[in-house]
Design a protein around this ligand. Structure first.
Ligand SMILES: C/C(=C\Cc1cc(O)c2ccccc2c1O)CCC[C@H](C)CCC[C@H](C)CCCC(C)C
Ligand SMILES: C[S@@+](CC[C@H](N)C(=O)[O-])C[C@H]1O[C@@H](n2cnc3c(N)ncnc32)[C@H](O)[C@@H]1O
Length: 275
């Protein structure tokens, strides 16, 4: 039974809003095709390729710890019961599902991503979880294809926002931070989880060891070594915690704090929009 179509975003944008479910056709919105730039297209291909094994590798390679990091991120975003929450670069939907439980049945959650395969996976996972009663009394989630640098939502639309392992992957970090700031309601918070570009040599060495000796060899068994080899250089060119705080303030956030977590291997940037 196809799910209700998501209404096209009220704000005209190059990105289209598409309804996603495992059994619906992808129906383009009125704005024309979603056409990411060349670099973004390369990343889109990367994430469409890893989508089938993404969750399994995350669970196995982080020894389940990524759920701890994601739970902390959702708490820091400050979702309220009955509120409207957004998960940008939602991928297979982990953070969106945690937000759906946090805002409850009277709330609303939107998961946005530009990779169709990830969104289809997120939608079918949500349906399975609901059938198995794993989502309990949680908000409905709408899955939207769009660009984190050009969000198809009106300004001041959301009470809380998360972004998990997305900021490091977008083509323009300032553009994504500005969009997050724009769509948040005044006084509301975005919590942005990613790897930590650690300045401490020991932490950097541990992170490099895990990525090069554990993660890439494991990914190689799925023919995805190249996709996971991307991780280490992407982390090394990612802004450090203090640099992220500065970028968030430049994007308009009035407060921005970066909290290293997970033995300093990860970090969460918590940024709040002024009233
Ligand atoms: C959920 C995690 C990573 C998501 C992720 C982000 C990306 O940008 C990718 C790009 C390309 C391919 C894959 C990804 C991707 O999966 C974090 C957990 C999964 C990591 C793959 C494993 C990281 C291991 C830690 C460095 C060490 C963990 C030590 C443990 C806590 C003792
Ligand atoms: C590593 S995954 C993170 C998924 C999920 N948030 C999680 O925590 O597991 C990064 C996601 O960001 C998406 N992405 C990268 N650049 C994007 C952009 N400009 N707009 C929307 N999604 C983007 C990718 O398609 C991918 O699904």
């Amino acid at each position: 039974m196809p799910r209700p179509m998501v209404q096209p975003a009220a704000r005209p944008t190059a990105a289209i809003v598409r309804a996603f479910s495992s059994d619906d056709e992808y129906v383009p919105g009125p704005d024309g095709a979603f056409a990411p730039g060349k670099e973004a297209e390369t990343r889109q291909v990367l994430f469409n390729r890893i989508a089938p094994v993404y969750d399994e590798l995350n669970n196995n390679l982080s020894f389940g710890q990524h759920w701890v990091w994601k739970t902390m991120t959702v708490k820091w975003a400050g979702p309220k019961a009955g509120g409207r929450a957004l998960d940008v670069c939602c991928g297979s939907g982990d953070l969106a599902n945690l937000l759906a439980k946090a805002v409850g049945p009277k709330g609303e959650v939107t998961g946005l991503d530009f990779a169709a395969e990830m969104l289809a996976d997120a939608s079918s996972r949500e349906e399975r979880s609901r059938k198995q009663g794993e989502l309990g009394r949680s908000a409905p989630i709408r899955w939207v294809q769009g660009d984190a640098m050009d969000l198809p939502f009106e300004a001041s639309s959301f009470d809380a926002a998360t972004m998990g392992y997305g900021l490091r992957n977008v083509a323009s970090i300032p553009a994504a931070l500005k969009e997050l700031h724009r769509v948040l309601k005044p006084g509301c918070t975005a919590a942005i989880l990613d790897f930590n570009n650690a300045t401490d040599p020991f932490t950097d060495a541990v992170q490099g060891f895990f990525l090069e000796r554990l993660v890439v060899p494991a990914a190689r068994r799925y023919g995805l070594a190249e996709e996971y080899e991307y991780l280490r250089p992407s982390i090394k060119r990612f802004p450090t915690g203090p640099e992220q705080e500065r970028l968030a303030r430049q994007a308009g956030f009035v407060t921005a704090r970066h909290y290293p977590i997970g033995f300093d291997l990860m970090g969460v940037l918590v940024a709040t929009k002024g009233r």
